[in-house]
Design a protein around this ligand. Sequence first.
Ligand SMILES: *Cc1c(COP(=O)(O)O)cnc(C)c1O
Length: 416
Amino acid sequence: MDHFEYRNGELHAENVPVSEIVRRHGTPCYVYSRATLTRHYQAFDRALAGVDHLVCYAVKANASLAVLQVLARLGSGFDIVSGGELVRVLRAGGDARKVVFSGVGKTAAEMKQALVAGVGCFNVESEAELLRLSEIAAGLRKRAPVALRVNPDVDPKTHPYIATGLKQNKFGVEMSAAEPLYRRARDLPGLEIAGIACHIGSQVLELQPFLDALDRVLVLVDRLRDRGIPFTHLDVGGGLGVRYQEENPPSPSELAGAVLARLAGRKLKILMEPGRAIAGNAGVLLTRVEYLKSTPDKNFAIVDAAMNDLLRPALYDAWHAILPVTETTAAPKRVYDVVGPVCESGDWLGRDRELAIAPGDVLAVRTAGAYGFAMSSNYNARPRAAEIMVDGKQFHLIRARESLDDLLRGETLWPG
Ligand SMILES: *Cc1c(COP(=O)(O)O)cnc(C)c1O
């Protein structure tokens, strides 16, 4: 459930007609609902309320400061994948001790930065990373809290680009390598074993892959505990899917309930790293129709947002609902490809959509709160969109639209 609804034929974000936001801030823009972000975070937090737990929002889904701030104020932890994301979390008021640092390619500088900040856990993905982390931590006279991210080799049945827990993926260490690595970690001077982690992929729509992964990880958990390797937390990753079209993902409480049932008395703090399930349905992308163009084969609605603003359709063939912001119109219904101005045939937001629209109308691309702005770029020298957050009857610009000067910042001409 989200807080984007039609009232009297006008799409509202919470209690604000989105047309009012467009009048003030123009298009293209992203609009987020604070109530929806809050609701989704709390769905996870409450689902785990029976046990010691931490919900670590996956920052890469939507790293905008005000989004992180909303979650930090609710007590959220954060899953980060870069030093840049760490800076964002801290700037937004997040607690470093509630941060887990994931990713296969942490640089020495990022490790240092995270150790100095005091992050809660490094989710380590290779032996080489383990050795580097120990060396850097020891050099700072610190012990880095670590979890090994294991690769359980399960098929999450999602788009191949966002499957991460198959043995051919670059992520994690294979199950058989985990025990020797934990022994190694125990003996290294700069490390302190904190937990074990896995993350199988994104937009996962069934419970079974999560549970298959968990079963495999729990076998390892028991074996490690039997061998006297102590750790306190189990990080089950993120990846819970959302509804873009007709999908029916499990709810956070169904996922958490199934996970907790599997733990069967094992005393472990549970970490979860949802990204999309918190931010996805909390945002829409608003875009204005510039031109309607018909060819013998197709009708095109050419809009002012493009693949640089929302990459998911081009990258994953992803489907997003596209709806007019004002339902009532005299325009005839036609089937359109909704496309942007970028010079790529892959630059589309939706294909074969029945819409009654005229030039100048504003469309809302739904479920754009996760992997939307976060993946946007300046391709075709296009300034990135504005972002607005709604809270009840109020709305606030949380990121100004980039200017043409912003596009040139940091560049210089060859001297002379
Ligand atoms: C991307 C990612 C997540 C979040 O995935 P969602 O599908 O957005 O929930 C969580 N953990 C790790 C390690 C990730 O890379």
